[in-house]
Design a protein around this ligand. Structure first.
Ligand code: UDX
Ligand code: UDX
Length: 445
Protein backbone atom coordinates (compact mmCIF):
# COMPACT_ATOMS: atom_id res chain seq x y z
CA UNK A 1 0.00 0.00 0.00
CA UNK A 2 1.01 3.62 -0.42
CA UNK A 3 1.21 5.31 2.96
CA UNK A 4 2.16 8.81 4.09
CA UNK A 5 3.14 9.62 7.66
CA UNK A 6 2.93 13.21 8.92
CA UNK A 7 5.51 13.87 11.65
CA UNK A 8 8.79 12.03 12.05
CA UNK A 9 9.00 12.09 15.85
CA UNK A 10 9.23 8.96 17.96
CA UNK A 11 5.80 7.78 16.94
CA UNK A 12 5.73 8.79 13.27
CA UNK A 13 9.19 7.65 12.30
CA UNK A 14 9.02 4.31 14.08
CA UNK A 15 5.57 3.59 12.66
CA UNK A 16 6.73 4.51 9.15
CA UNK A 17 9.83 2.33 9.30
CA UNK A 18 7.88 -0.65 10.68
CA UNK A 19 5.23 -0.30 7.95
CA UNK A 20 8.03 -0.30 5.36
CA UNK A 21 9.46 -3.42 7.02
CA UNK A 22 6.08 -5.08 6.38
CA UNK A 23 6.28 -4.25 2.68
CA UNK A 24 4.43 -0.93 2.33
CA UNK A 25 5.73 2.11 0.46
CA UNK A 26 5.95 4.89 3.00
CA UNK A 27 6.59 8.61 2.63
CA UNK A 28 7.58 10.45 5.81
CA UNK A 29 6.67 14.13 5.96
CA UNK A 30 8.04 16.67 8.43
CA UNK A 31 8.17 20.46 8.51
CA UNK A 32 11.60 20.29 10.12
CA UNK A 33 14.06 20.46 7.24
CA UNK A 34 17.03 19.48 9.38
CA UNK A 35 15.29 16.24 10.32
CA UNK A 36 14.46 15.49 6.70
CA UNK A 37 18.09 16.10 5.69
CA UNK A 38 19.34 13.72 8.35
CA UNK A 39 16.78 11.07 7.41
CA UNK A 40 17.76 11.32 3.76
CA UNK A 41 21.33 10.52 4.82
CA UNK A 42 20.00 7.36 6.48
CA UNK A 43 20.43 8.79 9.99
CA UNK A 44 17.76 8.77 12.66
CA UNK A 45 17.21 12.12 14.44
CA UNK A 46 16.26 10.18 17.57
CA UNK A 47 18.08 7.56 19.59
CA UNK A 48 15.99 4.41 19.28
CA UNK A 49 17.55 0.93 19.31
CA UNK A 50 17.24 -0.91 15.99
CA UNK A 51 15.67 2.01 14.13
CA UNK A 52 18.56 3.03 11.89
CA UNK A 53 19.19 -0.60 10.92
CA UNK A 54 15.56 -0.99 9.80
CA UNK A 55 15.68 2.37 7.99
CA UNK A 56 18.69 1.12 6.10
CA UNK A 57 17.19 -2.31 5.37
CA UNK A 58 13.98 -0.79 3.96
CA UNK A 59 15.49 2.28 2.29
CA UNK A 60 13.93 1.42 -1.08
CA UNK A 61 10.45 1.64 0.42
CA UNK A 62 11.05 4.80 2.47
CA UNK A 63 10.96 8.39 1.20
CA UNK A 64 11.55 11.51 3.30
CA UNK A 65 10.22 14.91 2.34
CA UNK A 66 9.12 18.29 3.62
CA UNK A 67 6.77 18.60 0.66
CA UNK A 68 3.45 17.40 2.00
CA UNK A 69 1.58 17.95 -1.27
CA UNK A 70 3.52 15.27 -3.03
CA UNK A 71 3.03 12.86 -0.13
CA UNK A 72 -0.68 13.34 0.52
CA UNK A 73 -1.85 13.51 -3.10
CA UNK A 74 -1.97 9.81 -3.91
CA UNK A 75 -1.77 7.84 -0.66
CA UNK A 76 -4.11 5.07 0.46
CA UNK A 77 -3.60 5.85 4.13
CA UNK A 78 -2.25 9.06 5.67
CA UNK A 79 -1.14 8.69 9.27
CA UNK A 80 -1.11 11.80 11.46
CA UNK A 81 1.67 11.51 14.05
CA UNK A 82 2.57 15.13 14.77
CA UNK A 83 3.01 16.18 18.39
CA UNK A 84 0.16 17.25 20.66
CA UNK A 85 2.11 19.18 23.30
CA UNK A 86 0.63 20.32 26.56
CA UNK A 87 -0.75 23.85 26.75
CA UNK A 88 -0.38 26.11 29.81
CA UNK A 89 -3.77 24.99 31.14
CA UNK A 90 -2.94 21.27 30.76
CA UNK A 91 -5.09 20.74 27.66
CA UNK A 92 -3.63 19.22 24.49
CA UNK A 93 -2.45 21.57 21.76
CA UNK A 94 -4.16 20.30 18.60
CA UNK A 95 -2.96 23.05 16.29
CA UNK A 96 -0.52 20.79 14.41
CA UNK A 97 -2.99 17.94 14.03
CA UNK A 98 -5.62 20.30 12.55
CA UNK A 99 -3.03 21.91 10.27
CA UNK A 100 -2.10 18.53 8.79
CA UNK A 101 -5.79 17.56 8.43
CA UNK A 102 -6.42 20.75 6.47
CA UNK A 103 -3.42 20.11 4.25
CA UNK A 104 -4.70 16.61 3.50
CA UNK A 105 -8.17 17.97 2.62
CA UNK A 106 -6.66 20.46 0.22
CA UNK A 107 -4.32 18.00 -1.45
CA UNK A 108 -5.78 14.49 -1.63
CA UNK A 109 -6.52 13.42 -5.18
CA UNK A 110 -7.80 9.93 -4.43
CA UNK A 111 -10.03 8.33 -1.79
CA UNK A 112 -8.03 7.72 1.37
CA UNK A 113 -8.10 7.02 5.07
CA UNK A 114 -6.67 9.47 7.58
CA UNK A 115 -5.43 7.48 10.59
CA UNK A 116 -4.92 9.65 13.66
CA UNK A 117 -2.06 8.29 15.77
CA UNK A 118 -1.34 11.47 17.71
CA UNK A 119 -2.87 11.27 21.19
CA UNK A 120 -5.96 13.45 21.01
CA UNK A 121 -8.83 14.15 23.40
CA UNK A 122 -12.07 12.25 22.95
CA UNK A 123 -14.09 13.84 20.17
CA UNK A 124 -11.12 15.20 18.22
CA UNK A 125 -11.43 12.65 15.41
CA UNK A 126 -14.98 13.87 14.78
CA UNK A 127 -13.69 17.44 14.57
CA UNK A 128 -10.92 16.36 12.19
CA UNK A 129 -13.49 14.71 9.94
CA UNK A 130 -15.61 17.88 9.89
CA UNK A 131 -12.56 20.01 9.17
CA UNK A 132 -11.62 17.75 6.26
CA UNK A 133 -15.19 17.81 4.88
CA UNK A 134 -15.22 21.63 5.05
CA UNK A 135 -11.91 21.99 3.27
CA UNK A 136 -11.81 19.15 0.76
CA UNK A 137 -10.90 20.40 -2.73
CA UNK A 138 -11.23 17.39 -5.04
CA UNK A 139 -14.08 14.94 -5.49
CA UNK A 140 -12.69 12.35 -3.09
CA UNK A 141 -13.89 10.49 -0.01
CA UNK A 142 -11.66 10.86 3.05
CA UNK A 143 -12.50 8.83 6.16
CA UNK A 144 -10.99 9.38 9.59
CA UNK A 145 -9.88 6.47 11.80
CA UNK A 146 -8.61 6.72 15.36
CA UNK A 147 -5.54 4.51 15.61
CA UNK A 148 -3.68 5.18 18.86
CA UNK A 149 -0.20 3.79 19.49
CA UNK A 150 1.23 2.24 22.65
CA UNK A 151 4.95 2.31 21.96
CA UNK A 152 7.47 3.15 24.66
CA UNK A 153 10.65 5.04 23.95
CA UNK A 154 13.72 2.84 23.97
CA UNK A 155 11.72 -0.20 22.83
CA UNK A 156 9.63 1.57 20.22
CA UNK A 157 10.55 -0.68 17.27
CA UNK A 158 9.79 -3.87 19.17
CA UNK A 159 6.62 -2.37 20.65
CA UNK A 160 5.40 -1.55 17.13
CA UNK A 161 6.37 -4.77 15.36
CA UNK A 162 5.05 -6.93 18.21
CA UNK A 163 2.34 -4.67 19.65
CA UNK A 164 -0.09 -6.16 22.17
CA UNK A 165 -3.09 -4.86 20.21
CA UNK A 166 -4.02 -2.65 17.28
CA UNK A 167 -6.85 -0.34 18.22
CA UNK A 168 -9.03 0.93 15.39
CA UNK A 169 -11.82 3.40 16.00
CA UNK A 170 -13.81 3.30 12.77
CA UNK A 171 -17.08 4.61 11.39
CA UNK A 172 -17.42 2.40 8.32
CA UNK A 173 -16.68 -1.10 7.03
CA UNK A 174 -14.55 0.38 4.28
CA UNK A 175 -12.30 2.19 6.77
CA UNK A 176 -11.90 -1.02 8.76
CA UNK A 177 -11.08 -2.99 5.59
CA UNK A 178 -8.35 -0.57 4.46
CA UNK A 179 -6.80 -0.40 7.93
CA UNK A 180 -6.80 -4.19 8.25
CA UNK A 181 -5.08 -4.42 4.88
CA UNK A 182 -2.35 -2.17 6.22
CA UNK A 183 -1.93 -3.98 9.54
CA UNK A 184 -2.66 -7.64 8.67
CA UNK A 185 1.04 -8.35 7.92
CA UNK A 186 1.82 -7.58 11.58
CA UNK A 187 -0.40 -10.45 12.78
CA UNK A 188 -1.49 -8.65 15.95
CA UNK A 189 -4.98 -8.87 17.56
CA UNK A 190 -7.37 -6.04 16.72
CA UNK A 191 -9.70 -4.08 18.96
CA UNK A 192 -12.29 -2.62 16.62
CA UNK A 193 -14.50 0.03 18.15
CA UNK A 194 -15.99 3.46 17.56
CA UNK A 195 -13.71 6.47 17.35
CA UNK A 196 -14.46 7.95 20.75
CA UNK A 197 -13.80 4.67 22.53
CA UNK A 198 -10.51 4.27 20.65
CA UNK A 199 -9.46 7.77 21.70
CA UNK A 200 -10.38 6.92 25.28
CA UNK A 201 -8.49 3.59 25.24
CA UNK A 202 -5.26 5.49 24.68
CA UNK A 203 -5.80 8.02 27.47
CA UNK A 204 -7.23 5.47 29.89
CA UNK A 205 -4.23 3.16 29.30
CA UNK A 206 -1.57 5.83 29.83
CA UNK A 207 -3.41 7.29 32.82
CA UNK A 208 -3.76 3.86 34.39
CA UNK A 209 -0.02 3.23 34.09
CA UNK A 210 0.74 6.65 35.56
CA UNK A 211 -1.69 5.92 38.39
CA UNK A 212 0.06 2.61 39.04
CA UNK A 213 3.40 4.41 39.32
CA UNK A 214 2.07 7.12 41.62
CA UNK A 215 0.41 4.46 43.74
CA UNK A 216 3.61 2.47 44.20
CA UNK A 217 5.51 5.70 44.89
CA UNK A 218 3.10 6.59 47.68
CA UNK A 219 3.37 3.10 49.13
CA UNK A 220 7.17 3.49 48.94
CA UNK A 221 6.98 6.76 50.85
CA UNK A 222 4.92 5.04 53.51
CA UNK A 223 7.35 2.10 53.59
CA UNK A 224 10.12 4.54 54.49
CA UNK A 225 8.06 5.88 57.37
CA UNK A 226 6.95 2.53 58.81
CA UNK A 227 10.14 0.59 58.07
CA UNK A 228 8.99 -1.71 55.26
CA UNK A 229 10.91 -2.47 52.05
CA UNK A 230 9.16 -1.40 48.82
CA UNK A 231 10.97 -3.93 46.66
CA UNK A 232 9.72 -6.85 48.67
CA UNK A 233 6.29 -5.24 48.85
CA UNK A 234 6.15 -4.74 45.07
CA UNK A 235 7.36 -8.30 44.49
CA UNK A 236 4.68 -9.67 46.77
CA UNK A 237 2.02 -7.58 45.08
CA UNK A 238 3.17 -8.25 41.55
CA UNK A 239 2.93 -12.02 41.83
CA UNK A 240 -0.82 -11.62 41.90
CA UNK A 241 -1.71 -11.73 38.19
CA UNK A 242 -4.60 -9.37 38.82
CA UNK A 243 -2.03 -6.73 39.77
CA UNK A 244 0.90 -7.75 37.55
CA UNK A 245 4.56 -7.09 38.27
CA UNK A 246 5.23 -4.39 35.67
CA UNK A 247 5.18 -0.65 36.38
CA UNK A 248 5.63 -1.26 40.07
CA UNK A 249 9.11 0.26 40.29
CA UNK A 250 9.09 3.03 42.85
CA UNK A 251 11.25 6.02 41.98
CA UNK A 252 11.36 9.78 41.61
CA UNK A 253 8.28 9.93 39.46
CA UNK A 254 7.33 9.43 35.86
CA UNK A 255 8.45 11.75 33.05
CA UNK A 256 8.58 11.53 29.28
CA UNK A 257 6.48 12.81 26.45
CA UNK A 258 3.29 10.98 27.39
CA UNK A 259 2.36 10.34 31.02
CA UNK A 260 2.76 13.93 32.30
CA UNK A 261 0.93 15.38 29.29
CA UNK A 262 -1.77 12.72 29.03
CA UNK A 263 -2.69 12.77 32.73
CA UNK A 264 -3.09 16.53 32.60
CA UNK A 265 -5.04 16.36 29.34
CA UNK A 266 -7.52 13.77 30.65
CA UNK A 267 -7.95 15.67 33.88
CA UNK A 268 -8.56 18.83 31.88
CA UNK A 269 -11.09 17.06 29.64
CA UNK A 270 -13.01 15.77 32.64
CA UNK A 271 -13.02 19.21 34.27
CA UNK A 272 -14.18 20.77 31.03
CA UNK A 273 -17.15 18.42 31.17
CA UNK A 274 -17.82 19.27 34.83
CA UNK A 275 -16.46 16.00 36.13
CA UNK A 276 -13.50 15.63 38.44
CA UNK A 277 -11.23 12.61 37.92
CA UNK A 278 -10.07 12.36 41.51
CA UNK A 279 -7.67 9.44 40.98
CA UNK A 280 -5.88 11.27 38.19
CA UNK A 281 -5.74 14.52 40.13
CA UNK A 282 -3.99 12.59 42.92
CA UNK A 283 -1.70 10.83 40.40
CA UNK A 284 -0.46 14.17 39.10
CA UNK A 285 0.00 15.66 42.57
CA UNK A 286 1.89 12.64 43.89
CA UNK A 287 4.18 12.74 40.85
CA UNK A 288 5.00 16.44 41.25
CA UNK A 289 5.97 15.85 44.89
CA UNK A 290 7.90 12.70 44.10
CA UNK A 291 10.19 14.56 41.72
CA UNK A 292 11.45 16.64 44.66
CA UNK A 293 12.03 13.72 46.95
CA UNK A 294 15.79 13.41 46.49
CA UNK A 295 16.41 17.09 47.10
CA UNK A 296 14.34 16.89 50.28
CA UNK A 297 16.41 13.94 51.45
CA UNK A 298 19.63 15.84 50.68
CA UNK A 299 18.46 18.87 52.63
CA UNK A 300 18.42 16.74 55.76
CA UNK A 301 22.20 16.58 55.42
CA UNK A 302 22.98 20.06 54.15
CA UNK A 303 21.14 23.29 54.95
CA UNK A 304 22.34 24.72 51.65
CA UNK A 305 24.07 23.27 48.60
CA UNK A 306 26.17 26.42 48.12
CA UNK A 307 29.72 25.57 47.10
CA UNK A 308 29.10 21.82 47.25
CA UNK A 309 30.22 19.52 44.45
CA UNK A 310 27.10 17.69 43.37
CA UNK A 311 27.30 14.74 40.98
CA UNK A 312 24.21 13.94 38.90
CA UNK A 313 24.12 10.51 37.27
CA UNK A 314 21.47 10.05 34.59
CA UNK A 315 19.38 12.90 33.23
CA UNK A 316 16.99 11.31 30.71
CA UNK A 317 13.43 10.50 31.83
CA UNK A 318 14.27 6.80 31.66
CA UNK A 319 17.12 4.61 30.32
CA UNK A 320 17.35 3.72 26.64
CA UNK A 321 16.46 7.17 25.33
CA UNK A 322 18.12 10.57 24.94
CA UNK A 323 14.78 12.27 25.61
CA UNK A 324 14.61 14.78 28.45
CA UNK A 325 10.95 15.75 28.15
CA UNK A 326 9.54 16.18 31.67
CA UNK A 327 12.54 14.35 33.14
CA UNK A 328 12.88 14.73 36.93
CA UNK A 329 16.46 15.95 36.34
CA UNK A 330 15.08 19.11 34.73
CA UNK A 331 13.26 19.99 37.95
CA UNK A 332 16.16 19.16 40.24
CA UNK A 333 19.19 20.61 38.43
CA UNK A 334 17.82 24.21 38.51
CA UNK A 335 17.24 23.90 42.27
CA UNK A 336 20.83 22.80 42.79
CA UNK A 337 22.13 25.62 40.58
CA UNK A 338 19.96 28.23 42.26
CA UNK A 339 21.37 27.11 45.60
CA UNK A 340 24.91 27.63 44.29
CA UNK A 341 26.05 24.01 43.87
CA UNK A 342 28.78 22.97 41.41
CA UNK A 343 26.85 20.48 39.32
CA UNK A 344 28.75 17.73 37.49
CA UNK A 345 26.67 15.54 35.21
CA UNK A 346 27.10 12.20 33.51
CA UNK A 347 24.63 10.45 31.20
CA UNK A 348 25.49 8.03 28.38
CA UNK A 349 23.31 9.70 25.71
CA UNK A 350 21.33 12.58 27.25
CA UNK A 351 24.04 15.21 27.67
CA UNK A 352 23.74 16.79 24.23
CA UNK A 353 20.07 17.48 24.88
CA UNK A 354 20.82 18.74 28.39
CA UNK A 355 23.35 21.19 26.96
CA UNK A 356 20.48 22.89 25.11
CA UNK A 357 18.98 23.75 28.53
CA UNK A 358 22.22 24.39 30.41
CA UNK A 359 24.96 25.35 27.94
CA UNK A 360 27.44 26.65 30.52
CA UNK A 361 26.06 26.35 34.02
CA UNK A 362 27.09 22.74 34.61
CA UNK A 363 30.09 20.53 33.99
CA UNK A 364 29.60 17.64 31.57
CA UNK A 365 31.68 14.59 32.47
CA UNK A 366 32.86 11.76 30.26
CA UNK A 367 32.57 9.05 32.92
CA UNK A 368 30.82 8.25 36.18
CA UNK A 369 34.21 8.38 37.91
CA UNK A 370 34.84 11.91 36.64
CA UNK A 371 31.43 13.10 37.84
CA UNK A 372 31.71 11.69 41.36
CA UNK A 373 35.35 12.53 42.08
CA UNK A 374 35.50 14.88 45.08
CA UNK A 375 31.69 15.14 45.20
CA UNK A 376 29.81 15.93 48.41
CA UNK A 377 26.57 14.36 47.17
CA UNK A 378 25.72 12.08 44.27
CA UNK A 379 22.17 12.01 42.91
CA UNK A 380 20.94 9.21 40.64
CA UNK A 381 17.99 10.19 38.46
CA UNK A 382 18.03 7.46 35.77
CA UNK A 383 18.73 3.75 36.17
CA UNK A 384 21.15 3.36 33.25
CA UNK A 385 22.79 -0.12 33.16
CA UNK A 386 26.20 1.60 33.40
CA UNK A 387 25.16 3.06 36.75
CA UNK A 388 23.67 -0.19 38.05
CA UNK A 389 26.81 -2.09 37.05
CA UNK A 390 29.19 0.55 38.42
CA UNK A 391 31.50 -0.69 41.16
CA UNK A 392 29.70 0.73 44.20
CA UNK A 393 32.92 0.76 46.25
CA UNK A 394 34.23 3.55 44.02
CA UNK A 395 31.78 6.03 45.57
CA UNK A 396 33.56 5.85 48.92
CA UNK A 397 36.97 5.88 47.24
CA UNK A 398 36.33 8.88 44.98
CA UNK A 399 33.76 11.11 46.70
CA UNK A 400 34.59 13.66 49.37
CA UNK A 401 31.50 12.58 51.35
CA UNK A 402 30.17 9.22 50.19
CA UNK A 403 26.52 10.33 50.24
CA UNK A 404 24.60 8.64 47.40
CA UNK A 405 20.93 9.58 46.98
CA UNK A 406 19.42 7.18 44.50
CA UNK A 407 16.02 7.88 42.95
CA UNK A 408 15.89 4.57 41.09
CA UNK A 409 17.02 1.97 43.62
CA UNK A 410 20.02 0.92 41.52
CA UNK A 411 21.87 -0.89 44.31
CA UNK A 412 21.00 -3.46 46.94
CA UNK A 413 21.10 -2.30 50.54
CA UNK A 414 23.62 -5.05 51.29
CA UNK A 415 26.08 -3.85 48.65
CA UNK A 416 25.67 -0.24 49.83
CA UNK A 417 26.36 -1.31 53.37
CA UNK A 418 29.43 -3.31 52.36
CA UNK A 419 30.71 -0.38 50.26
CA UNK A 420 30.66 1.87 53.32
CA UNK A 421 28.58 4.62 51.73
CA UNK A 422 25.67 6.59 53.09
CA UNK A 423 22.91 5.42 50.84
CA UNK A 424 19.42 6.86 50.54
CA UNK A 425 17.00 5.24 48.12
CA UNK A 426 13.24 5.09 47.59
CA UNK A 427 10.99 3.12 49.92
CA UNK A 428 13.87 1.40 51.68
CA UNK A 429 15.75 2.06 54.85
CA UNK A 430 18.73 4.39 54.90
CA UNK A 431 22.16 2.76 54.90
CA UNK A 432 24.63 4.69 56.99
CA UNK A 433 27.78 3.73 58.81
CA UNK A 434 27.85 5.72 62.00
CA UNK A 435 31.25 7.34 61.50
CA UNK A 436 30.11 8.95 58.26
CA UNK A 437 27.29 10.95 59.76
CA UNK A 438 29.81 13.10 61.63
CA UNK A 439 31.62 14.15 58.49
CA UNK A 440 28.56 15.94 57.12
CA UNK A 441 27.68 19.51 57.96
CA UNK A 442 24.28 18.96 59.54
CA UNK A 443 23.62 15.28 59.78
CA UNK A 444 20.42 13.59 60.79
CA UNK A 445 20.80 11.55 63.91
C1 UDX B 1 3.78 11.68 19.54
C2 UDX B 1 2.38 12.09 19.34
O1 UDX B 1 1.97 12.14 18.14
C3 UDX B 1 1.72 12.56 20.54
O2 UDX B 1 0.41 12.92 20.36
C4 UDX B 1 1.78 11.41 21.46
O3 UDX B 1 1.10 11.69 22.62
C5 UDX B 1 3.22 11.10 21.76
O4 UDX B 1 3.88 10.80 20.64
P1 UDX B 1 6.18 12.37 19.26
O5 UDX B 1 6.35 11.42 18.14
O6 UDX B 1 6.85 12.08 20.55
O7 UDX B 1 4.62 12.59 19.55
O8 UDX B 1 6.36 13.83 18.82
P2 UDX B 1 7.64 14.64 18.41
O9 UDX B 1 8.86 13.85 18.69
O10 UDX B 1 7.42 15.98 18.98
O11 UDX B 1 7.47 14.70 16.83
C6 UDX B 1 6.49 15.34 16.13
C7 UDX B 1 7.04 15.64 14.74
O12 UDX B 1 6.03 16.26 13.96
C8 UDX B 1 8.23 16.57 14.74
O13 UDX B 1 9.28 15.99 13.99
C9 UDX B 1 7.72 17.84 14.08
O14 UDX B 1 8.70 18.54 13.36
C10 UDX B 1 6.63 17.30 13.21
N1 UDX B 1 5.59 18.28 12.85
C11 UDX B 1 5.02 19.04 13.78
C12 UDX B 1 5.18 18.38 11.53
O15 UDX B 1 5.71 17.71 10.66
N2 UDX B 1 4.19 19.25 11.21
C13 UDX B 1 3.61 20.06 12.12
O16 UDX B 1 2.72 20.85 11.78
C14 UDX B 1 4.03 19.95 13.46
C1 UDX C 1 4.67 5.48 27.79
C2 UDX C 1 3.80 4.23 27.67
O1 UDX C 1 4.44 3.14 28.32
C3 UDX C 1 3.49 3.91 26.22
O2 UDX C 1 2.62 2.80 26.14
C4 UDX C 1 2.84 5.13 25.59
O3 UDX C 1 2.56 4.91 24.24
C5 UDX C 1 3.75 6.34 25.74
O4 UDX C 1 4.03 6.55 27.12
P1 UDX C 1 7.25 6.06 27.60
O5 UDX C 1 6.89 7.43 28.02
O6 UDX C 1 8.18 5.88 26.46
O7 UDX C 1 5.93 5.21 27.25
O8 UDX C 1 7.95 5.33 28.83
P2 UDX C 1 7.59 4.33 30.00
O9 UDX C 1 8.52 3.20 29.92
O10 UDX C 1 6.17 4.03 30.07
O11 UDX C 1 8.04 5.20 31.27
C6 UDX C 1 7.43 6.44 31.57
C7 UDX C 1 7.96 6.98 32.86
O12 UDX C 1 7.51 6.19 33.96
C8 UDX C 1 9.48 7.02 32.98
O13 UDX C 1 9.90 8.24 33.55
C9 UDX C 1 9.82 5.87 33.90
O14 UDX C 1 11.00 6.08 34.63
C10 UDX C 1 8.60 5.86 34.80
N1 UDX C 1 8.36 4.53 35.41
C11 UDX C 1 8.00 3.48 34.63
C12 UDX C 1 8.49 4.38 36.79
O15 UDX C 1 8.80 5.34 37.51
N2 UDX C 1 8.22 3.14 37.33
C13 UDX C 1 7.86 2.07 36.59
O16 UDX C 1 7.65 0.99 37.16
C14 UDX C 1 7.74 2.24 35.19
Amino acid sequence: MKIAVAGTGYVGLVTAVCLAEKGHDVTCVDINLQKIDLLKQGKSPIYEPGLEELMHKNRDRLTYTADYMDAYRLSDVIIIAVGTPEKQDGSANLEYVYEVAKQIAETAEQDCIVAVKSTVPVGTNDKIERLIRDNVRNNVSIEVVSNPEFLSQGTAVKDTLYATRIVLGVKSRNAEKVMREMYDPFNIPYVITDRRSAEMIKYASNNFLALKISYINEIANLCEIVGANIEDVAKGMGMDPRIGDRFLNAGIGYGGSCFPKDTKALHWLANFNDYELKTIKATIEVNENQKLKLIKKARRYFDSFRGLNVAVLGVTFKPGTDDLRDAPSLVNIPILLEDGANVRVWDPVGMDNLRKNFPEEIIYCQSIEEAITNADICFIFTEWPEIKQFDIKKYSKLMKNPLVIDGRNCYSLESASEAGIIYESIGRKRVCKKEHSYSLSSPVS
